[in-house]
Design a protein around this ligand. Structure first.
Ligand code: BGC
Length: 807
């Protein structure tokens, strides 16, 4: 409730400011441009209540009802063609943009409060409103509705980065299925996620919404998520297509990037998702690429997506994305969200004067109709408003546990004896479930580490709790977590804790183990910064040093838990604690999941989906990334001119960002530059050990088949991830030393148990993008297949001679 009120207050604040500044004209402008411009449509169509619940208001018994498009015996394509033929031009144009921002702001009587956008209904033909809602870590709708006592909470699942850390596509599919069910039962037709951008640089504020620095991991996990959600008859919108890798000036930033880096890195994850999952929708990104706004680029929207990849679904803009409505539709960006009056008028005018052809309008309208016909709304699905939140909480816990990565363990975990545990650091008590902005979820609760420990039968050291309470009461105001859209301009960063030596002495004396939690929170609209964010703050460094000294002096151990959404510096302090648990932000069950790991109820099996570097500057992309951070400027977003600036006024890393590192993102760069890292891509410890043996790599029918045996050689049941990297030792071109091609996770293996995994890599996946030929090219000959349990722990290698047989 608090967050609805806060968000509404902010919105109302902006509106009042505009009205004060520009008088009633200002209000008229806001209302008719962004909020309720669709009322004009209702008047034009002589329909009185267009914006009410599209489903219930349809007069299903009316004589107007045209059965053909509701007839299940017809194919969807037939139903779509039938509908399209009955629509007049104005109705088609209305389909091409949403109904405005009012639903996004919870203003007015929308069917699903908090849904952020719509596909408009066509009442004359009985076509219902389609509701679109965020986001990647669970559904984001408003938890409260006017005049109702009940709540509409959603499950906060773990952040995307944690999900990719599981390297378990079956599990991610299961989470997607739960998310899809939740959306379906709340009447949402399309979930605006998952995010598939590459984590180019550790400071991107939205990295938590993305999967990896590697496109194959991104693609495999993203496809599993899409398939899970869409198995429930709910669509996805894979976003932000493409190369949206910073938040600073994201609406205007021009990405200067090579074709090869685009194809091999930034597009590749999306390509895998399209090929494996055919998502209902893709969301184009805000940024420009090489001078042109992404949604206005026909090469991306049509030639690559539809031509090369055979994509069947529709493309929608990101919210208010792009500049020229007509250019976007012509390029193949079918739907403009959330839709503005200016866009509507521009499309009408272009249709009248012929600059937008009938064919272009029909193409996009057809794709949108296909989604509508596919939707549960069109099948009259009676949503319950009552998803099984308890069952979904269990899935959230299970997945959060599986994505936790054990970074260090010196005979400390799992906890065998300690009962009384001292908790240090703000976030031990105030756990962070996920990131902010549109990737946030309105969940009913978040289990903190403190609660998780109590739930599992541990005692929380009273002195450590008392020190926290004193600190909290001193900085009370900072402990109100900004949530939802209010966090766009208001990051959560409570003052860090300090301990006097007396306090520490008392804590150590009365406890058996110390846990320090380091927390971070970031989100949409702003990038992170190096000081006090990537780097630990002085207070955090002191806390780790003093706590470790004090506990060690008394022969007791210290565990550091990282409750973070993106990479932080670890090299300078990782020697001090006895164990480090990378918990990420695990959703509403986060605290329980950490305890499942540290207690040993579950053996950790997560692996890093990105590199943890020693220094930020070790990343090649650091030379070209906005390092100053800063929050989103909503006024700039909505009203700034999108006219091209003169060259000499353009500011580096804001107006444009030069992706000079090309394909050398993440481990591709660290390997090539032979840099030490703090923790490598693919890394993660277990409480048991695994042996890899019997590697076989055979090429047959243009596919390389890899078989390998994994044996649990330790004492505890556990799972291992096998990662297949390739290299081409005698390459004639500039290629990474190692590229992930596929991976597999074993089932739970008992001590001593072995399993044989079979993995396949199509020969075509070994190609590189040749800029000279503007095509994928295969270098035939010898390839090395390197099988590892991390990118820097290659256990087995085999060479295979390749030649395209189908040539
Ligand atoms: C974000 C998208 C989101 C949309 C709707 C935009 O600001 O970039 O990821 O889906 O808002 O909330």
């Amino acid at each position: 409730m608090k967050k609805v009120v806060k968000t509404s207050l902010k919105v109302i604040g902006i509106i009042i400011l505009i009205v004060v500044l520009f008088g009633l004209g200002g209000w008229w402008y806001i209302n008719s441009t962004f909020l309720s411009f669709e009322n004009d449509y209702a008047e034009n169509m002589d329909i009185k209540e267009l914006t009410i619940d599209g489903y219930s208001f349809l007069d299903r018994n009316s004589n107007n009802k045209l059965d053909i498009y509701e007839d299940d015996r017809k194919t969807n394509d037939e139903r779509v063609e039938n509908l399209l033929n009955q629509m007049n031009l104005e109705e088609k144009i209305h389909l091409l943009k949403g109904s405005g921002l009012s639903s996004a702001m919870g203003i007015g009587n929308t069917a699903v409060a908090g849904a952020v956008g719509t596909i408009v209904p066509t009442p004359r033909l009985g076509i219902p409103t389609i509701y679109l809602s965020d986001g990647p870590a669970g559904l984001r709708i408003a938890p409260k509705r006017d005049g109702e006592d009940r709540t509409y909470y959603c499950t906060a699942f773990p952040i995307a980065t944690l999900l990719s850390s599981t390297w378990n596509t079956n599990l991610v599919n299961e989470i997607g299925t739960a998310m899809g069910t939740e959306a379906k039962e709340y009447g949402i037709d399309v979930i605006l996620g998952p995010g598939a951008n590459i984590q180019r640089h550790p400071l991107c504020g939205r990295n938590f919404e993305y999967y990896s620095e590697d496109p194959v991991l991104t693609g495999f996990i993203g496809a599993a998520m899409v398939n899970g959600i869409e198995s429930q008859g709910v669509g996805t919108s894979v976003k932000h297509f493409v190369a949206n890798n910073q938040e600073t000036d994201r609406n205007f930033n021009d990405v200067l990037v090579s074709d090869r880096a685009m194809r091999e890195i930034y597009l590749k994850g999306f390509q895998i998702i399209v090929e494996k999952a055919q998502p209902w929708t893709i969301m184009s990104s805000y940024n420009k690429i090489n001078g042109t706004y992404v949604p206005e680029r026909k090469d991306l929207m049509t030639d690559i997506l539809r031509g090369d990849w055979k994509y069947q679904g529709l493309v929608m803009t990101d919210w208010f994305g792009g500049n020229n409505a007509v250019a976007m539709i012509s390029a193949g960006n079918d739907l403009l969200e959330p839709g503005t009056k200016d866009q509507w008028e521009a499309l009408k005018e272009a249709a009248e004067n012929g600059s937008l052809s009938q064919e272009e309008i029909n193409t996009s309208a057809r794709r949108i109709l296909r989604l509508i016909v596919q939707s549960k709304k069109m099948q009259h699905y009676q949503y319950s408003n009552n998803p099984d939140l308890a069952a979904h909480a269990k899935i959230a816990r299970k997945s959060a546990t599986e994505g936790i990565i054990l970074l260090k363990n010196e005979e400390t975990l799992p906890i065998r004896k300690a009962k009384n545990i001292a908790l240090m650091g703000v976030t031990s008590f105030d756990f962070i479930s996920g990131g902010t902005g549109s990737g946030d979820v309105n969940e009913a609760y978040t289990v903190s580490l403190e609660e998780g420990l109590i739930n599992a039968g541990f005692e929380i050291n009273e002195k450590s709790k008392e020190v926290f309470e004193t600190h909290k009461s001193k900085y009370q105001k900072e402990f109100v977590k900004p949530e939802g859209m209010s966090a766009l301009t208001n990051p959560y960063f409570p003052t860090r804790m300090e301990y006097t030596s007396e306090e520490l002495k008392a804590i150590v004396r009365s406890s058996e183990l110390g846990i320090i939690t380091i927390g971070r929170n970031s989100g949409e609209g702003g990038d992170r910064v190096e000081n006090d964010d990537f780097l630990l703050s002085k207070k955090e460094q002191n806390m780790i040093t003093q706590v470790c000294k004090a506990f060690h002096a008394d022969g007791k151990k210290v565990v550091v838990v990282l409750n973070i959404g993106g990479v932080i510096e670890t090299a300078s302090w990782k020697g001090q604690p006895d164990a480090i648990v990378l918990a990420w932000q695990g959703g509403q069950e986060g605290g329980n999941s950490v305890v499942d790991i540290i207690k040993g109820k579950v053996n950790p099996s997560g692996k890093l989906p990105m590199t943890f570097p020693i220094n930020l500057n070790d990343h090649a992309s650091n030379a070209n990334f906005p390092l100053e951070g800063g929050a989103l400027n909503i006024m700039k977003l909505m009203f700034a001119s999108r006219e091209e600036k003169p060259e000499n006024e353009k500011v580096k890393n804001k107006d444009y960002t030069n992706y000079e590192e090309g394909i050398y993102v993440g481990y591709r760069h660290f390997d090539k530059a032979e840099l030490e890292v703090s923790y490598p891509f693919g890394y993660g410890l277990s409480y048991t050990t695994f042996d890899l043996s019997n590697l076989n790599v055979i090429m047959k029918n243009d596919t390389i088949n890899v078989t390998v045996t994994v044996t649990n050689s330790g004492n505890l049941v556990g799972k291992e991830v096998v990662q297949v990297y390739t290299s081409k030792p005698d390459t004639k071109i500039d290629r990474p030393l190692k590229e992930l091609r596929t991976f597999a996770k074993t089932k739970s293996l008992n001590a001593g148990e072995a399993t044989t995994l079979t993995l396949q890599v199509p020969l075509s996946e070994l190609r590189y993008w040749s800029e000279e030929d503007s095509n994928w090219i295969l270098e035939e000959g010898l390839y090395s297949f390197n099988i590892g349990t991390s990118s820097r722990d290659i256990r087995l290698s085999a060479e295979v001679e390749t030649k395209l047989e189908s040539n």
